[in-house]
Design a protein around this ligand. Structure first.
Ligand SMILES: Cc1cc2nc3c(=O)[nH]c(=O)nc-3n(C[C@H](O)[C@H](O)[C@H](O)COP(=O)(O)OP(=O)(O)OC[C@H]3O[C@@H](n4cnc5c(N)ncnc54)[C@H](O)[C@@H]3O)c2cc1C
Ligand code: SF4
Length: 472
């Protein structure tokens, strides 16, 4: 283990973000640079527990060998620590930046859990900096061809593993850049697009081909030995209101994508400049919208959440080591506090009416308070309506499943939660169709998409080997 008394001697210390007011001036990375001594010290807090909950299914979906690489990091064996991390984690530079770090909440140190995410990010960035990360081409080719549809984290993870196993992999992506929501979704300040591009270049150097601006066509895929659908859960949940077609009413991912495209083209996004913005949805995507519109110079931003505010601490029924469903204040909300003097979130409130002018441009919104009925439904409180000025409303209310057009093209169907119907796949493309990520499991997290992509790659590998024992 790290240092026998490390967890007693040192307090948990996360790598801080840049100051809110400073970082609001740009779209650059939130994190400050990491210090080697600080990370080694934090790694020394890991107790190499007999039952390491961090590695369990409550903790890390990738089952990262966390106590092992924390120990190596503490001992100063950084290259060895990175090698141990890479045994299970395909892209630590993504998870080290965007993962909510379920492992830290499942850690036996509970609220003072080891800073695994920061440690992971330190190791991988050190690896790139020192040239320890180099293209690794497979020693042998199997001669089998695999198509991966969609280049989000699940598609990339599947492509990466299949390529390492010697198959010839082509990733087919409809967008003009690979990465899925890593590129067009998660904002640059949380995950710089240069980081995604660096990984894509590495995968290309290792032999993976990317075909961009291409809609997957089942007929064109007939020549492949296996196809994995990784199209994501891309259908946004809408609001059942009039004037949803008004100028200024937008889905969050469309707006975030537009901002990233502008940034990549060297332009400063200004879609929210001078506007009063309403963000519908109190979750992570809503938080990304808050951070983005503040950078664009909005006049104000308010975030509405239908549900009551979560408790400050765990309630019975949500015991450790489960992920705590408690109130968290993310970077965008902290930035709003710095600019507006208060948290932008208003709970138990929704939009009742969209107000427009003669040219169908949004001018305001009527909001209404909600209360929970004894049956558990959220219902409007009569007389609680309020009118807010609003020229831009961003809907960040989650996703309801995979897109119909992809389902139709492949002759597939979805279950009641918009996920690919289990068992449906084997009846298509001569039984060589597989799936992974949000498309298969519903809207989730990058780390789950990575784990799922790797699991699908293992399944495809077994299929291509004629169900022989896997040689991973
Ligand atoms: C704004 C936002 C912020 C988020 N932030 C975080 C975060 O901080 N941490 C975290 O863990 N999770 C976060 N998530 C969730 C996470 O991004 C997703 O769970 C994850 O990206 C899902 O990966 P995926 O590979 O299944 O699909 P996606 O990332 O959705 O990728 C699917 C890809 O398939 C392509 N595609 C779809 N259909 C076709 C077709 N027919 N032909 C060709 N290509 C096609 C799409 O263009 C897309 O590139 C966030 C989600 C959003 C929306
Ligand atoms: S549970 Fe925490 S302290 Fe124990 S091995 Fe995992 S990270 Fe280390």
């Amino acid at each position: 283990m790290g240092k026998a008394t490390g967890f007693l001697e040192y307090a948990r210390k996360e790598n801080p973000y840049r100051e809110a007011k400073e970082r609001l001036a740009d779209y650059g990375e939130l994190h400050t640079a990491q210090l080697a001594e600080e990370r080694a010290c934090q790694a020394s807090r890991c107790m190499n527990c007999g039952v390491p909950f961090c590695q369990s299914s409550f903790g890390c979906p990738l089952h990262n060998l966390i106590p092992e690489w924390n120990d190596l990091l503490w001992r100063g064996l950084e290259q060895e620590a990175l090698a141990r991390l890479l045994q299970t984690a395909p892209f630590p530079e993504f998870t080290g930046r965007v993962c909510p770090a379920l492992c830290e909440k499942a850690c036996n140190l509970a609220d003072d859990g080891v800073t695994n995410r920061d440690n992971e990010l330190y190791l991988i960035e050190k690896g790139f900096e020192q040239g320890w990360i180099r293209p690794r081409r497979p020693a042998e080719q199997t001669g089998k061809k695999v198509a991966v549809v969609g280049s989000g984290p699940s598609g990339l993870a599947a492509a990466d593993l299949l390529n390492r196993l010697g198959h010839q992999v082509t990733v087919i992506e409809r967008a003009d850049r690979p990465g899925g929501l890593l590129t067009y979704g998660i904002p640059n300040m949380k995950l710089p697009k240069t980081v995604v591009e660096r990984r894509i270049r590495l995968m290309e150097a290792e032999g993976v081909s990317f075909r961009l601006n291409t809609e997957a066509d089942p007929e064109a895929l007939a020549d492949y030995d296996a196809v994995i659908l990784c199209g994501g859960s891309r259908k946004p949940r809408s609001l059942n209101l009039e004037h949803m077609d008004a100028e200024g009413v937008r889905f969050a991912v469309d707006f975030l994508t537009e901002t990233t495209k502008q940034l990549l083209a060297g332009e400063a996004g200004a879609g929210a400049k001078g506007k009063h913005v309403l963000v519908i949805g109190g979750g992570d995507t809503g938080n990304d919208c808050v951070g983005t519109v503040l950078r664009q110079g909005c006049a104000s931003v308010t975030q509405l959440e239908m549900m009551p505010a979560p408790p400050e601490s765990r309630l019975p029924g949500n015991p450790w080591p489960e992920w705590p469903r408690t109130l968290r204040t993310d970077y965008g909300q902290l930035e709003a506090q710095a600019v507006q003097g208060q948290d932008p979130r208003i709970y138990e409130t929704t939009v009742k009416e969209i107000l427009t002018d003669d040219e169908n441009r949004m001018t305001g919104a009527v909001t209404v308070r909600l209360h929970r009925t004894p049956e558990g439904k959220m219902e409007p409180v009569p007389g609680s309506e309020q009118t807010l000025p609003c020229e831009l409303m961003l809907i960040a209310a989650g996703f309801v499943g995979c897109e119909e057009k992809t389902l139709q093209r492949f002759g597939l169907s979805a279950d009641g939660r918009g996920r690919l119907m289990p068992g449906d796949l084997s009846h298509h493309l001569d039984g060589k169709l597989f799936s992974a990520g949000d498309m298969r499991g519903g809207q989730s997290l990058v780390v789950r998409a990575l784990a799922d992509g790797r699991a699908a790659a293992e399944e495809v590998h077994r299929f291509l080997q004629g169900n022989s024992p896997k040689t991973l």
